[in-house]
Design a protein around this ligand. Structure first.
Ligand code: AMP
Ligand code: FES
Ligand code: ZN
Ligand code: ZN
Length: 349
């Protein structure tokens, strides 16, 4: 394989573009794609102060790197979710990158600020860990950026992430999420900060290649809670399609953004107001984050689980056949199915 630009040996193949690149030309290709996303979607300008949400993984560190190389004013935000060694290692990589580039990394530590961690939220509320985690991250991205005066929050979501989220939202016809799945979410309210995803045109394989070629050290392991997550299944399904037909993921995502999203967005009226507790913009009286923290500190009593033993030692199977109303009532709030891919929301919550 030869580089399509200089005919040297190619290092990275980009099948959906029918192209291969040597190291230097791949880096150029990567920058071109990011520049294209920023200008096509009018994400930000050189005068904006950008807060990059960094997880210590390849995508967000590659994003921070490319933005700095392009001359943007970009600091980092790391949210310590309290997920054991995984969180401490991710934090170390984020801090190392910030120090090596002489940039500020803000740390938001959930345990310190709210006295909770993602595992505790999952345990106390019986939500899937990724659900409480996603909600907390979206909330803190906005709150930290707004309080620190940043104009925009950039996340490292890539083409694979976005296509998998789209597939999940389509499979379950999550029309509200479809309305809000976009590379740019405008700040519709004074307390909201614009959210952007400059890597949405680049695949996971490409962000990994960029990080390796640029010598960026990142946490390779996945979050332990990701095992068995639906988003991984959706990524695998899309990878199968992509293998057989390169360009499928890009066509799926870009086609949705060009042709369909606006129709969902037109049918998604919502009004924002300040949360009565934290004053962050929300569509409800008390925002979902404040409700989540309250529930973690003071969990709802649990009467029964869907199968087997209840928390208090009762047995769900003892509910008689005629007790459907009771069974429904006790099940709601216990085994509630979380909406999949609640990855974007117009408000931080
Ligand atoms: P994920 O939800 O883990 O797929 O991550 C998507 C994006 O969210 C990453 O590319 C980061 O920009 C951001 N992100 C994830 N985890 C964190 C974290 N702990 N702190 C700050 N940003 C994060
Ligand atoms: Fe949120 Fe794993 S990073 S649960
Ligand atoms: Zn080349
Ligand atoms: Zn609140």
């Amino acid at each position: 394989m030869k580089c399509v630009r200089c005919r040297d040996d190619a290092w990275v193949e980009v099948r959906r573009h029918n192209a291969s690149y040597c190291g230097d030309h791949f880096i150029q290709f990567f920058h071109d794609q990011v520049r294209r996303a920023i200008s096509h979607d009018k994400m930000f300008s050189k005068s904006d102060q950008i807060l990059v949400a960094v997880s210590g993984g390849k995508d967000s560190l590659a994003l921070w790197d490319v933005l700095l190389e392009e001359g943007y004013d970009a600091d980092g935000l790391y949210i310590d979710l309290g997920i054991g060694d995984y969180s401490s290692r991710s934090r170390d990589y984020s801090e190392q990158f910030a120090a090596a580039h002489g940039r500020t990394l803000h740390i938001s530590d959930m345990q310190q600020s709210f006295g909770v961690s993602v595992p505790l939220i999952a345990e106390q509320t019986r939500r899937a860990p990724c659900s409480g985690c996603g909600l907390a991250k979206r909330y803190l991205f906005n709150r930290e950026a707004a309080e620190r005066g940043y104009a925009v929050v950039a996340t490292g979501h890539n083409l694979d992430d976005e296509a998998a989220t789209l597939l999940g939202n389509v499979l379950h016809w999550q029309t509200g999420y479809l309305a809000r799945q976009a590379p740019v979410l405008e700040a519709e309210d004074a307390g909201l900060v614009r959210k952007v995803k400059p890597l949405y045109r680049l695949s996971e394989h490409e962000t990994a290649a960029y990080a390796v070629i640029r010598g960026i050290e990142y946490v390779v392991e996945e979050c332990p809670n990701a095992v068995g997550a639906k988003s991984i299944l959706h990524k695998e399904a899309l990878n199968l399609l992509e293998q057989a037909s390169p360009g499928t993921k890009q066509a799926f995502l870009l086609g949705f953004l060009d042709k369909a999203r606006a129709q969902f967005a037109a049918n998604d009226p919502h009004e924002l107001r300040p949360c009565i507790e934290c004053e962050q913009p929300t569509t409800t009286e008390r925002c979902a984050f404040c409700r989540l923290i309250a529930e973690t500190r003071d969990p709802k009593p649990r009467v029964a689980r869907r199968y087997g033993k209840t928390r208090r030692g009762g047995d769900r199977r003892k509910i008689r056949a005629g007790d459907t109303a009771t069974a429904g009532a006790v099940t709601a709030g216990v085994g509630e199915a979380e909406p999949p891919n609640s990855d974007d929301s117009p408000s931080p919550v």
